[in-house]
Design a protein around this ligand. Structure first.
Ligand SMILES: Nc1ncnc2c1ncn2[C@@H]1O[C@H](COP(=O)(O)OP(=O)(O)OP(=O)(O)O)[C@@H](O)[C@H]1O
Length: 242
């Protein structure tokens, strides 16, 4: 699914990066959206992408996924071959079972066994034969995660995957995603509007603004959550009294 530029990647970036973006520019008609984005993601690193609505977060994610066509020469210097994408809606095929959705397109002889294992990992063992409409929104997102991870991606791209879920389900999904990422170790780029979600889940938080990376901060358990929260909210133009 992802597209490659080859060649330049070894000149511009160390082999230690899974993803390298240099001076990525994207516009729709005369409107510039991405005006020179630089971003590297190391193997197994979890990066959260924050930014005001319309600043180009999804555009960047789609460029990395190769969803908007050929990205050669556009600034995506390096992306791995195995990329999986999870969106806000699960995008399950309504006419196939849960297991069928997870294994869709897999040709290996052990696809079913792998699909069952992936479903067990997301807490849906026993639901293989269910239809998507029989599942809750949270369960459908679990299936979407299983479908992504069964392909053992080197890069997991997630575009507000929990944005449509209630607060409690969202917290449960955070814990699940943390466990899945710890087990599979893909590099992750998570687009989110939720500053706390970004700080809790990611190793690094990147703020996109004016079509460029405006701020990058280390996140994770070792950092002062509330100080980082304040700094990020300020960068996003939200002035909180807290
Ligand atoms: N296919 C397209 N054609 C024309 N304009 C587009 C297209 N896709 C995105 N845009 C425009 O590019 C800008 C960035 O959109 P994008 O979806 O990347 O922003 P975003 O940061 O993900 O926003 P949000 O947080 O609201 O989801 C927006 O102004 C949008 O209208």
């Amino acid at each position: 699914m992802a597209t490659h530029t080859g060649g330049l990647s070894t000149l511009r970036t160390g082999p230690s990066y899974e993803v390298s973006v240099r001076n990525l520019i994207r516009s729709f008609g005369p409107k510039g959206v991405l005006n020179g984005v630089d971003l590297d993601i190391a193997p197994g690193e979890f990066v959260a992408l924050l930014g005001p609505s319309g600043c180009g977060k999804s555009t960047l994610l789609r460029a990395l996924a190769g969803l908007d066509g050929d990205v050669r020469g556009s600034g995506v210097v390096k992306v791995p071959e195995q990329v999986s994408v999870v969106f806000q809606d699960s995008r399950l095929l309504p006419w196939d079972t849960v297991l069928g959705n997870v294994t869709l397109g897999l040709r290996d002889h052990d696809a079913d066994a792998r699909g069952r294992r992936a479903l067990a990992e997301v807490g849906l063992a026993g639901r293989e034969k269910a239809w998507p409409h029989e599942l809750s929104g949270g369960e459908q997102q679990r299936v979407a995660l299983a479908r992504s991870l069964v392909r053992e991606p080197k890069l997991l791209l997630a575009d507000e995957p929990f944005g449509a879920l209630d607060a409690l389900t969202r917290l449960k999904m955070h814990a699940l995603l943390k466990d899945l990422v710890a087990a599979h170790r893909p590099a992750v780029l998570l687009v989110t509007h939720d500053v706390d979600e970004a700080i809790t889940l990611a190793d690094r938080v990147v703020v996109l603004q004016g079509g460029r990376v405006a701020l990058e901060r280390k996140a994770g358990t070792a950092v002062d959550h509330s100080a980082l929260r304040g700094e990020l909210l300020e960068a996003l133009g939200v002035h909180s009294a807290a």
